[in-house]
Design a protein around this ligand. Structure first.
Ligand code: UTP
Length: 302
C-alpha cells in the first residue's frame, strides 16, 4: 500500500468532558487499560501506516510524552525484577515515526487538518480522529480497506460511515449515497452536517476515519467558518462533491463499532465494555456489575 502517513487531530478542547479535560487531554483518558489515543495508534500501525502527525494544542503535551521511549522506566522495571511488565510498553517500540505540530487556535477539525498542509506535500494521507476507537479493543482494519478502495477506484476521498439510529442523525455528518447497490462501498452524492431525522438522506454517519488527496487543503482554505466560528471538514467534503470529485463511503462492520470518547455517556459506555471484555479482569467486572445492578435496582433514590 502506498499511503503511509496519517494525521491525528487531538487539539480540541474537549469542553463536553470538563472538568476532566481541564488539564488532561481527552485522548489520554483511559478506556480499560490504555488511553484512547493508544488504541488509535495501534489500529493505524496494524493497517500499515508508518508516519503519524499529531495536530496538538497547549494542553496536550502528555500525548507526546506518552509515545516517547521511556528508557528510565524500562531500566527501573528490569532492576526491580518486573520484566513481565515490559510487555505493556511494547507499543513504544512499534515501527512508527511520530511528528507533532500545534493548532494555535482551536478553529475546528477542518482547520486542524489544514495545519498539516506543509508537512503533507504531495502525498495522499489518512485522517484518524484521536478521540475515537473503532471496535472493542480497536480490532478494526477499516483503514486498510479504505486505502485499498481509494487506490483501486482512484478516488479523491474515502470516508468511513457507520449506521446509526435515525433519532441520532442530528449529531453527525450524514452520507447521501448515489446508490447503495453495494452497501459496503458506495459513491457519495453529498454529505450533510447534522440533519434532522426527517431530512436525513440516510442513517450513515461519518465514523472518524478518512483518506484524502492533498487537494482537500484547497477546499479547506476556502471553507467559511460555520457554527462557533469553526471550519468544518464536512463543508469542505461537500464542496468537493459539488465539484464532481469522486468520494466513496466504506461501511464500518458491526464488530468495528465506533466508541466516541467525546461526552460522558459514551465515555462511560466505552470504559464499561472494554473492562467487561478484558481478558484478565472481564469476568470479575461482569460479576461485580451484576451484583451492583441488583443492589441498585432496589435503591429508590436512583
Ligand atoms: P470534537 O468535535 O469532539 O471537538 O473534535 P472538541 O473541541 O475536541 O470537543 P468539545 O466539542 O469541545 O467537547 C473531534 C476531533 O477533532 C479534534 C479533536 O481533538 C477530536 O480529536 N479537533 C477539534 C481539533 O484537533 N481541533 C479543533 O479545533 C477541534
Amino acid at each position: 500500500m502506498s499511503i503511509k502517513l496519517a494525521v491525528i487531530p487531538v487539539a480540541g478542547r474537549g469542553t463536553r468532558l470538563i472538568p476532566l479535560t481541564k488539564s488532561l487531554p481527552k485522548e489520554m483518558l483511559p478506556v480499560g487499560r490504555k488511553p484512547v489515543v493508544q488504541y488509535v495508534v495501534e489500529e493505524l500501525n496494524r493497517c500499515g501506516l508508518e508516519r503519524l502527525l499529531f495536530i496538538t494544542g497547549p494542553t496536550k503535551i502528555a500525548i507526546e510524552n506518552y509515545f516517547d521511549l521511556d528508557t528510565e522506566l524500562i531500566d527501573h522495571l528490569r532492576q526491580t525484577g518486573k520484566e513481565e511488565l515490559l510487555e505493556e510498553l511494547a507499543f513504544e517500540k512499534a515501527d512508527l515515526q511520530y511528528f507533532y505540530t500545534r493548532q494555535r487556535r482551536q478553529l475546528g477539525l477542518g482547520h486542524a487538518i489544514l495545519c498539516a498542509e506543509s508537512f503533507i506535500g504531495q502525498e495522499s494521507f489518512v485522517v484518524a480522529l484521536g478521540d475515537t476507537i473503532l471496535g472493542v479493543h480497536s480490532k478494526s482494519r477499516i483503514v486498510e480497506r479504505m486505502i485499498a478502495e481509494f487506490e483501486a477506484r482512484e478516488a479523491d476521498a474515502v470516508i468511513a460511515f457507520e449506521e446509526v439510529p435515525r433519532r441520532d442523525v442530528s449529531r453527525y455528518g450524514i452520507a447521501s449515497p448515489v446508490t447503495l447497490e453495494n452497501p459496503e462501498v458506495f459513491p457519495l452524492a453529498d454529505i450533510v452536517e447534522k440533519p434532522s431525522p426527517e431530512e436525513a438522506p440516510s442513517c450513515l454517519a461519518v465514523a472518524s476515519r478518512y483518506v484524502f488527496r492533498p487537494e482537500i487543503f484547497s477546499y479547506l482554505k476556502v471553507t467559511r467558518p460555520g457554527k462557533n466560528g469553526e471550519i468544518q471538514l464536512t463543508d469542505a467534503i461537500a464542496a468537493m462533491l459539488a465539484d464532481g470529485k469522486k468520494v466513496y463511503g466504506v461501511r464500518v462492520a458491526a464488530s468495528e463499532h465506533r466508541f466516541d470518547i467525546g461526552n460522558f455517556q459514551s465515555y462511560f459506555n466505552a470504559f464499561l465494555e472494554f473492562a467487561m471484555t478484558d481478558p484478565d479482569y472481564g469476568k470479575g467486572v461482569r460479576e461485580k456489575l451484576e451484583e451492583l445492578s441488583q443492589r441498585l435496582s432496589s435503591d429508590e433514590n436512583l
